[in-house]
Each structure stands twice: as C-alpha cells, then as structure tokens.
Ligand binder design. Structure first.
Ligand SMILES: *[C@@H]1O[C@H](CO)[C@@H](O)[C@H](O)[C@H]1NC(C)=O
Length: 141
C-alpha cells in the first residue's frame, strides 16, 4: 500500500542513472566535504539495490507523513474503534515497509512524535493532508 502510493506520488519513470545523478547532486548539498564524499560513496555503491527496491529512496518529511497518514486514515475508517496504541503499532509496522532506512526512521519518528494529536485528528475526521499540516510537516497551500 505504502509503495503503491509512493509510486503514484513520485516519478516512477525515473531511470537508475537519473536517480543516481539526483542523489549525487543532493550529496553535494552537505556542508562538510567528508560528508559529501561519504554520501557519494554510499550512493555509488548501492544505487542498483536502491533502484531495484524502490526508485525513490529519500522522501521529504511531508511526503513520508502523507504516505503514512493515508494508511492511518484507512485503518481508522475501517475500524473507528481502533485504540490509539493499536493504530500506532500498525503504522510503525507499515513504516518498516519503506525500502530505504532513512525513510523508515523518519516515518517512525513522525508516528512516535505526537501521536495523540494524530489520533484526535482522526477522531475529528481530518484527512491525511490536514493531519500533516497539523504536525507542521507540510506547508499549507
Ligand atoms: C478494532 O479495534 C479494536 C481496538 O484496537 C480491536 O480490539 C478490534 O479487534 C478491531 N476490530 C476489527 C474488526 O478489526
């Protein structure tokens, strides 16, 4: 589910070499040159694996939030008696399905940060976009 949304939300036609170019260019934005070089090594050594698992390895926090909160809304819609802790457990498990560990970790910290707010938003009928705005992870239009 997360991957399906992910593919839909992102450019799933990106080629491996275009992805590699984008990631290497993102590495160039690190402040310290050792970090830039270590980032580039990671990209160059793992690009095939990353590309085969998921063409978009790094989502921003807003995208990650919207993907996981789409699941939250679905779970809550399916069972609005679900407890806060059961829902949180399901979402943390879903976070683990992201292909790239940075995205998994970012997802888990989003879910762990202020989950009572998320749960209250769901009870209030808010959608995934409103929830992520509420968490200050997306700039409202
Ligand atoms: C709904 O959620 C509650 C509490 O989390 C759980 O005990 C119950 O089994 C769930 N019902 C369904 C149909 O999944």
């Amino acid at each position: 589910m997360i991957n399906a949304v992910n593919y839909y939300a992102q450019n799933n036609a990106i080629t491996q070499s275009d992805l590699q170019t984008k990631l290497l260019s993102a590495c160039g934005t690190f402040a310290v040159s050792q970090d830039q070089n270590s980032c580039k090594n990671i990209v160059n050594n793992n690009i095939a694996k990353v590309y085969n698992n998921n063409p978009i390895p790094v989502q921003n926090a807003c995208q990650t939030c919207q993907l996981i909160m789409t699941n939250a809304v679905n779970y809550y819609t399916q069972n609005n008696a679900i407890t806060q802790s059961d829902l949180q457990t399901k979402l943390l498990s879903d976070c683990g399905t992201f292909a790239v560990s940075q995205d998994q970790n970012s997802c888990k910290s989003i879910v762990n940060k202020d989950f009572s707010k998320v749960y209250n938003d769901l009870k209030g009928g808010r959608n995934y976009g409103q929830i992520c705005d509420d968490l200050n992870l997306c700039i409202a239009a």
